[in-house]
Design a protein around this ligand. Structure first.
Ligand code: DON
Length: 571
């Protein structure tokens, strides 16, 4: 895998809170699970988790906590936390109203289908991954502002105050961040402003050294004072546009001014007695999860017949995943631009048909699925994760991202804002693989103003009308299958949350026609058995960084993935 893909780049926080009362000792632990009675937050970085905890203790609700953690992560977790990126937020009120907020980036008006092609018409990966041309119009600030204006309780400026303090006074660089900055030093060197901020001593910071971001503190203050207008208009917007243009990008002032975050109807998925709510397009997460879970049920799957992570289980799940990623890559895109075949993904007949076609004995050749012709055809077809639960029982599950680690590596001069490289989530040219090796079609081709297709899968699980779980993860194309596996580990295999999070993960995404398995997490006998059946097995360092909260007898179990840098907190 390229270093681009292996890194935690996108990302997510799951914050959950429940409050029966605000009393109780704090519980916190590094990268594990904790039992809490009232409220909890699981997210990938400790300082930000504590910011959210304080908001909850002050009587802030789930959305308040999510907003404060998201702004804090933009300072303390620059690898993925952001104000220069975008994402999705799933909200569920204590009364059960559920809404999906889309604040995905858009292609600038000046974007063109062939903007990343060389003279032979082949996409040049660096163009859509590093620097100004890779930048999509950021959605995070408008999304958080809209969420707060509809559902927030504490004053907006209160929620930004901790982030401003962390940026201005600085924080001690922790080992994970030090390692990631060192790993990407060469990329940062291409952008002197970015290098100056993150390598203030002319070298990668060591764990324990202070990282201050005064420009970012000023930008956050403008947002605290003026709301989203402090980012999308005025001096900050002008500086962002100036920077993007001077580095060869195409984003202009109207792109920022016209950017809109939108509420959408979540995808609902039945699995036994459980009802899952997940993200609709422009994320593929909800629909692909729906197709896979419907098909799994249509096979008559039960955990007692499929030993966990045994050869049959891996064969079954990965063959189902292959079919649905093929449909994803052929048909899904921005619903405002392309027709979404909702009924295909929801269809019980289609699920049965796929269930019948799956063989555990042999993999089906990926290129023989009809989607392949659609994607490689030169003709354009006509028809395309933070979670919080508060004292009242409202919940938020949110995934947001810069796409690759540190996004485009470009910080707009004077603003401290690290900009995304989300444009690479489009099919830079239909039929050619992107950063996550996803081979996608015309439905996800570049067009001005269009949102690029995502795999982010913020998810809420409901049982008997009550909130049961909140989960999500980073991991590019593996997001959907990581959410799927943690859900099945918990619900079908009845694992406690810590085991459900720790268990080895695997992934199939149609093309490449391979099953990716986490290194050293699977029995050699199982791998050998799969090889003998003809499955092409590729080992990967680590898949996902799931942050989850699940109902328990005392209240909630809050869990950060043991693979990551996360910290579950609560009371
Ligand atoms: O929206 C998407 O699907 C990707 N931009 C997410 C990126 C990601 O998860 C990177 N994390 N490893």
């Amino acid at each position: 895998m390229s270093r681009w893909v292996c890194t935690v780049c996108c990302w997510m926080l799951v914050l959950c809170l429940w409050t029966v009362g605000l009393q109780g000792a704090d519980v916190e632990t590094e990268g594990k699970t904790i039992e809490v009675t009232s409220a909890g937050i699981a997210c990938s970085e400790a300082l930000a988790a504590r910011v959210g905890l304080a908001v909850l203790k002050e009587g802030g609700n789930a959305v308040d906590a999510a907003v404060s953690v998201a702004f804090a992560l933009a300072v303390t977790y620059p690898v993925a936390g952001n104000i220069g990126g975008g994402g999705f937020l799933l909200y569920r009120s204590a009364e059960g109203e559920t809404r999906a907020l889309d604040f995905r980036e858009t292609a600038p008006a000046g974007a063109r289908l062939d903007m990343y092609w060389d003279e032979q018409g082949r996409p040049v990966p660096e163009k859509s991954r590093i620097g100004a041309l890779a930048v999509g119009v950021p959605g995070t600030v408008r999304g958080l502002y809209l969420a707060h204006s509809q559902y927030g309780k504490l004053p907006w400026s209160r929620l930004l105050a901790p982030a401003i303090r962390l940026a201005r006074k600085g924080f001690a660089v922790y080992p994970f961040l030090a390692e990631r900055l060192a790993r990407y030093e060469e990329q940062f060197k291409q952008f002197p402003e970015s290098y100056r901020i993150f390598f203030p001593r002319g070298r990668a910071p060591k764990p324990g050294e202070l990282l201050q971001q005064p420009d970012l503190a000023n930008t956050l203050e403008a947002i605290a004072r003026e709301g989203d207008a402090g980012f999308y208009t005025g001096p900050v917007a002008q500086a962002i546009v100036r920077a993007v243009k001077s580095h060869g990008g195409v984003m202009a002032q109207p792109d920022l001014e016209n950017y809109r975050a939108v509420f959408r109807k979540p995808v609902q998925i039945r699995y036994g007695d459980f009802l899952l709510y997940s993200m609709p397009p422009p994320s593929s997460g909800g629909l692909v999860l729906q197709g896979i879970l419907n098909t799994l049920q249509a096979t008559g799957f039960s955990a007692d017949r499929f030993p966990h992570n045994g050869a049959d289980y891996i064969a079954l799940l990965s063959e189902i995943e292959k079919r649905w990623y093929a449909y994803r890559n052929a048909y899904l895109g921005d619903p405002d631009f392309v027709h979404i075949p909702w009924s295909l993904f929801a269809s019980p007949e289609k699920a049965k048909e796929i269930a019948r076609s799956v063989s555990l004995a042999h993999p089906f050749p990926a290129r023989q699925l009809p989607a392949y012709r659609l994607i490689t055809s030169s003709e354009k077809p006509e028809t395309t994760h933070l979670s919080v639960v508060d004292q009242q029982g409202n919940a938020v599950s949110m995934t947001y991202t810069l796409n690759g680690a540190f996004g485009s590596f470009l910080v707009a001069e004077g603003t401290g804002v690290l900009l995304n490289n989300e444009m690479d989530d489009f099919a830079a040219r239909p039929g050619y693989p992107n950063l996550y090796k996803l081979v996608q079609g015309w439905a996800n081709a570049i067009a001005p103003g269009k949102r690029m297709l995502s795999s982010m899968t913020p998810t809420l699980v409901v049982h008997d009308g009550d909130l049961e779980g909140v989960l999500g993860t980073p991991g590019g194309s593996t997001i959907i299958t990581s959410v799927l596996q943690v859900f099945l580990n918990r619900v079908a295999y009845q694992m406690p949350l810590d085991q459900a999070l720790a268990a080895g993960r695997f992934h199939q995404q149609w093309l490449p026609d391979s099953v990716f398995v986490e290194k050293d997490r699977f029995s050699p006998t199982v791998i050998q058995e799969l090889n003998e059946r003809g499955f092409h097995i590729v080992s990967r360092e680590r898949i996902g960084d799931v942050q989850a909260i699940w109902r328990s007898q005392q209240g909630w179990v809050v869990g950060a993935d043991p693979r990551g840098n996360g910290l579950p907190v609560g009371f």
